[in-house]
Ligand binder design. Structure first.
Ligand code: SF4
Length: 281
């Protein structure tokens, strides 16, 4: 990924996944996206990535009014997820609908990227919809970078004021169908908070990247944050509680939260904006 920077951070493309990992641990960001270690060695992870990507394609096809039967019949999970959506879709506003809507925003010398599974633009409201193929929403979904960045970017790239925006997540594997979706509203105050934090983090990243190119590593998260015990780079970082062979550098799905997992997959291959597979889980 650093090669794509051509010795500068100006062209670096950042999605919510980059920001999520960067917030968790700058050294992890380095290992995954600058040093490009891990992730692609796990076939189960790849399989799940492919299935999630297929589901998103099917949802896009459905949105375009195309048949999805021949594709979805081949896989039980896909069948189940499509049936769940058909039985209980999230509440959606009326308006112009566009699936797989990509937005780019230049900010602090970076290109911020958002890919909305579905964007509905109404007369006085706009709604972002996001499909998740897991059951349980991460506890911090409202403050997750996906929620914050997606809403921030829509406010910055449209005429809607923040108070007219919302994001809705729909969970394909939700046990309780009555709780299969979650919607978060947005405010001007939240918008300014996100702008401030983004600005601060990206300036810090620029400084770290300059150091990285001079041979310095990005900082490790403090041990007290309790992130290292969940991280597969613990041996590499000399943060392992008990040494286990052949672990360093490999990241498994089980060791990543759904949000980080999605972001990581997205980011590991995000050197070209046209190749970013959004939300494949
Ligand atoms: S082991 Fe800890 S310091 Fe190292 S990358 Fe993982 S979270 Fe960061």
């Amino acid at each position: 990924m650093l090669n794509t920077l051509d010795s500068t951070a100006i062209q670096m493309q950042l999605s919510q996944g980059h920001l999520s990992v960067l917030s968790t641990c700058p050294r992890k960001f380095q290992h995954l996206y600058l040093d490009q270690l891990g992730l692609h060695q796990d076939p189960q992870l790849q399989e799940r990535l492919d299935l999630g990507a297929q589901f998103h394609q099917l949802m896009q096809q459905q949105e375009l009014g195309l048949s999805v039967e021949s594709v979805s019949l081949a896989n039980l999970s896909l069948q189940r997820w499509l049936a769940a959506f058909s039985a209980q879709p999230p509440a959606m506003i009326s308006g112009d609908r566009q699936s797989e809507q990509r937005r780019i925003l230049q900010f602090e010398g970076y290109l911020l990227i958002a890919v909305y599974d579905l964007l509905i633009e109404g007369a006085e409201q706009a709604q972002i919809l996001d499909w998740k193929t897991y059951a349980r929403p991460p506890a911090n979904l409202q403050t997750a970078w996906q929620t914050r960045l997606y809403l921030f970017m829509l406010a910055e790239t449209s005429d809607y004021p923040p108070e007219q925006l919302s994001i809705t997540y729909w969970f394909a594997e939700a046990n309780n169908r009555a709780k299969c979706s979650l919607t978060f509203a947005y405010t001007q105050t939240q918008h300014e908070q996100t702008r401030q934090e983004l600005s601060q983090r990206l300036r810090q990243l620029t400084s770290w990247l300059t150091g990285y190119q001079a041979g310095q590593s990005l900082p490790q998260v403090p041990i007290s944050a309790n992130e290292c015990s969940k991280c597969s780079f613990d041996l590499r970082c000399d943060r392992a509680a008990s040494p286990v062979e052949n672990r360093a550098g490999l990241v498994s799905e089980a060791q990543l939260s759904p949000e980080t997992f999605i972001g990581s997959l997205e980011l590991a291959i995000a050197t070209d904006i046209n190749q970013i597979p959004e939300i494949p889980l």
